[in-house]
Design a protein around this ligand. Structure first.
Ligand code: DLL
Length: 379
């Protein structure tokens, strides 16, 4: 049974009606409160009343990371700072960070979404949750902390790093759940091996991993090495951090919290919507966030959406694993290549560790040289 079946299992028609109501409210809210959107809507001749169906979202302008940078720190806020109770941020690769402000209601919504994520991974009051996501401006640490609190589990906020200590505490405290990035999970697994600790023999039974792209091959690797079930968390600072999507026991896609986020996939070049099932760039409109709502935010994440009936009973759309980012894509001799495709092939080779380096050399003019350096296992 989901954490909140009234929403998570809502019949699709009712869910769409709810989304439309919330979309209208959000559009009205930003056109009144955020000069950036007010001006954009004016330029494009859009009025809040023009939104009559969910498809009308396509009439709205996109928002991109640069819009957040240009309006740093609080230019896109729809409320005065006195109404903001928390600010998270993510470091951009260049220049100013991206800010993520929350009102008290936004925080409550986030906690609810995180509780759904943890609950779907089978976490209950009896669990000991070692939270090795970074605590601080990054949304992972506090997001998981509050979600685990909401379901009354025991939280151990180790934060990321000090890997030996992670393993010692995992043993001493009888940790049953590990939350961290998938790459850090592998670092922990390797360190445990060096320390002569067999994680598979510890009480650890599930991990909730996210914050970076990882393939199903990597998930299998983590599950085998740690003897756990590896579950997923997806989200981004601009939309409130983790809690945008999570996978369930079926592990067949990431359910999007559709009562809070309206998802679309568009062709990254033409920006035209693509049908369900086709790959493209994932776009989100927040439906309830009030401090800094986002209209058609371009995530740059490449994936596809499906609305198949899920064995868990949830009706929420599922997104496939993030295939790559439009900005990670390499073009090798004219062919689009994502690092995840290389990873999928590498991890089928026996003796290869999931650590690799991709070198693209263009010194030979028209010919691209692609070299892959891999790490091999000790034996
Ligand atoms: O990574 C929030 C988060 C924390 C998600 C903990 C999950 C767990 P940012 O630092 O703003 O926020 O980075 C967001 O990370 O656009 C994706 O490219 C990537 N990402 C996040 N989750 C996943 C995932 C957090 N499950 C960016 N799979 C996003 C693939 C992911 N990529």
């Amino acid at each position: 049974m989901p954490w909140n079946d009234a929403f998570e299992c809502m019949p699709v028609e009712a869910l769409k009606k709810l989304q439309l109501k919330k979309l209208k409210e959000t559009v009205a809210w930003v056109s009144e409160k955020v000069p950036f959107y007010k001006n954009k809507f004016k330029e494009m001749g859009i009025k809040a009343g023009d939104i009559k169906s969910l498809e009308d979202v396509a009439k709205l302008p996109f928002t991109v990371k640069n819009d957040l940078r240009d309006n740093y720190p609080f230019g896109l806020c729809a409320v005065p700072l006195t109404e903001v109770v928390r600010v998270h941020a993510s470091s951009g690769t260049t220049g100013k960070p991206i800010t993520g402000p929350y009102t008290a209601e936004d925080l409550e919504q986030w906690i609810e979404c995180m509780a759904r994520n943890l609950w779907a991974a089978g976490i209950r009051k009896e669990d000991v949750v070692q939270n090795a996501y970074g605590h601080g401006l990054f949304t992972g640490g506090l997001g998981f902390h509050q979600g685990a609190n909401r379901i009354d589990a025991t939280v151990v906020p180790t934060s990321a790093g000090m890997t030996e200590r992670q393993i010692t505490l995992m043993k001493d405290f009888g940790t049953t759940v590990l939350c961290c990035t998938p790459s850090y999970a592998l670092t922990i697994a390797e360190k445990a091996q060096d320390m002569g600790v067999d994680i598979r023999k510890l009480p650890l039974r599930v991990g909730i991993f996210g914050a970076e792209p990882w393939t199903t091959q990597m998930r299998d690797e983590i599950e085998a090495r740690m003897g756990i079930k590896a579950m997923e968390a997806y989200g981004l600072t601009e939309l409130g951090g983790p809690g945008v999507g999570f996978d369930c026991e079926a592990q067949s896609g990431i359910h999007i919290n559709e009562d809070h986020y309206l998802a679309e996939v568009v062709d990254p070049v033409t920006l035209e919507p693509v049908p369900l099932g086709e790959k493209g760039e994932l776009i989100f409109t927040s439906l309830q966030r009030r401090a800094m709502p986002m209209i058609r935010y371009r995530t740059k994440d490449i994936t596809s959406l499906t609305r198949e009936k899920c064995s868990c009973g949830r009706t929420f759309l599922k997104m496939n694993k993030v295939y790559g980012r439009t900005d990670d894509m390499l073009i090798i001799s004219g062919v689009n290549v994502f690092p995840s495709q290389i990873e999928t092939v590498l991890l089928q080779v026996e003796g290869v560790q999931p650590h690799y380096l991709i070198l693209v050399d263009r010194e030979r003019g028209a010919m691209d040289d692609l070299e892959i350096w891999v790490e091999v296992s000790e034996d």
